[in-house]
Write a protein that binds this ligand. Sequence first.
Ligand SMILES: [Zn+2]
Length: 350
Amino acid sequence: MPHEDIATWSRVPGKRGSLEPLRGSKYRLVDAHLHVVNFVQETPGGDALIHYMDQANVDKAVVFGLPVSKMWTEYDREPPDYYLANDSPCYYYGYTDVIVAEMYRKLPAEQQARLYPTIAGVNPVDRFALRHVERLYEQYPDVWAGIGELLLRHDDLTAFTYGENPRANHQALWPIYQFAADHDLPVLLHQNVTSVTKSDHPVFLHELEEALREFPRTRFVFAHCGMSRRVNVPFYHQMVERLLEAYPQLCVDYSWIIYDVAIAPNGTPDPAWLELTEKYSERICLGSDLVTKFERLGPELQRYDIFLDELSETARANVCYRTAERIYGGNKGKVGRVTPRSVPDWGAMG
Ligand SMILES: [Zn+2]
């Protein structure tokens, strides 16, 4: 998830591609990870979104809100605008999905077709969580293209959100995973692979793997491959490769800091990540992970060009748009149409 005011990418003359005009990627792209609502639940709106998508050469975008809202406490003199802005807590805010749906519904049909909104406003430690998803599907059946980004293990954000720590293997999420499997919908998860204090091995990865094992028919998307600020482990690409190999339904997005930290440190693509991307391009998509600030779409996405240039044409097309289309495309209206898979009556079969 999302970054603060400071961009993850900055112009450094010595860095390849750094002095190019920042108009966006030269390749046709689907931004598969874009928050259209910020941490205090504001949105610049759909017209601004479409305007900056056009400027940045972004064909389509997977868009969602933020399931938590940062509180302006009585004791803070200035209102916060980001979850790290001060020490005040965050709380779950399901209305974020209504903001997204209403933003979407105000757009003309040809612009709606460029957006894949997903349901994010889930409290992941509440066993009633599925009810929120069902209500949203009932209220806006033709809007949603899936579920996420659910914010689970998330370092500082987890600490700022009081109550039980959310995690990928929490029982409250199981009905949502089952619902996604029944309706063939993707679930985008933010789950750090480890804690900021444990960088020698991925202490939280088993939680994700438990969910992947328990729900082999659910299409999970692992946001930024589980990396977060100050969260890193050795052999990262081997870990991602093992996950992709072990769980055929799993997809990942390359977004936020994983690109600068692991995939192309200092603007030089890592050969191991290029190889991994070639091999699994059908299950990898690209995103900005911007939190509103749509004017930054150009610079955020253009930085990927140096990496994309080195991929084969097929892998590049997959990563740029085909994978995202396969995951999120064609899902709108699905829940009304698809009958859940029937469960055999095991008792009667005895
Ligand atoms: Zn995010």
